[in-house]
Design a protein around this ligand. Structure first.
Ligand code: UDP
Length: 239
């Protein structure tokens, strides 16, 4: 990218669905490769990059518990799903020649380092892409909350929340042609109007610590770069 980044350290939140491509579940390798290529460009521009991935493409705790599972057990399964996605992303990034580390909130020493805040920061300083796996490590939370928490812990300047639409709308743009996109929103707007940005725990955490969130469309190639380098108003919504 030509212009320098506005941010030195960012946290990107990818939902599990971002890895599905057009599929209904699981991981779509070409989509994963495309995301890895974009992340490589960001890292090469000198931006320190941490990533939190969801697990919804594989397993979601709430869905499991509605089918009769114990909620905590179902949530732990969801956290393991994020580990699978994290390893897939790590592999795709390494194929692009990026240095990466997966840090897991649940210990699994053979495949990931345990999450240690100072170690995460050190990896970032050395230019490694850090992938945070297993969410917060606690049931009843989401990976959105994990993204807010980790962003705070590593002093990220912004959370980039990747979605399938280019920001936050006042109605569903896929159903309502009159739907309009907000360029900026306050945290309170999001909470009061129950806007679909991140869950309320994650939003409150960002609000209390004044951490900005950029909601943008990941399905358009080059958008991650635009979100941190280019004109904000053009590509998404800033909270
Ligand atoms: N999860 C959890 N604690 C966390 C993060 C995630 O229990 O700190 C579980 C929860 O069951 C959740 C699942 O992992 O449904 C997958 O995460 P999420 O739904 O946030 O993924 P996304 O929607 O981003 O794909």
């Amino acid at each position: 990218p030509a212009s320098p980044s506005r941010y030195k350290r960012i946290l990107l939140k990818l939902s599990g669905e971002a890895l599905m491509g057009d599929g209904k579940y699981g991981i779509h390798p070409p989509t994963l490769t495309r995301i890895a290529e974009e992340l490589k460009e960001i890292a090469q521009a000198g931006v320190e990059l941490a990533v939190v991935i969801g697990g919804g493409n594989i397993f979601r705790g709430v869905a499991g518990s509605t089918e009769g599972m114990d909620r905590a057990s179902a949530d732990y399964m969801g956290m393991l799903a994020t580990c699978i996605n994290s390893m897939a992303l790590q592999d795709a990034l390494e194929k692009q020649g990026c240095h990466t580390r997966v840090l897991s909130a649940i210990k699994m020493e053979q495949i990931a380092e345990p999450y240690i805040r100072r170690r995460a920061v050190r990896h970032l300083e050395k230019g490694r892409i850090v992938i945070f796996a297993a969410g917060t490590g606690n049931p009843y939370f989401t990976t959105d909350t994990a993204a807010s928490l980790r962003a705070m812990e590593i002093n990220a300047e912004v959370i980039l929340k990747a979605t399938k639409v280019d920001g936050v709308y006042n109605a569903d743009p896929k159903k309502d042609p009159a739907a309009r996109r907000y360029r900026t929103l306050t945290y309170m707007d999001v909470l009061k109007q129950n806007l679909n940005v991140m869950d309320s725990t994650a939003i409150s955490l960002c609000m209390d610590n004044k951490l900005p969130i950029i909601v943008f469309d990941l399905t358009q190639r080059g958008n991650i770069g635009k979100a941190i380098l280019g004109d904000l108003g053009e590509i998404g919504t800033l909270v």
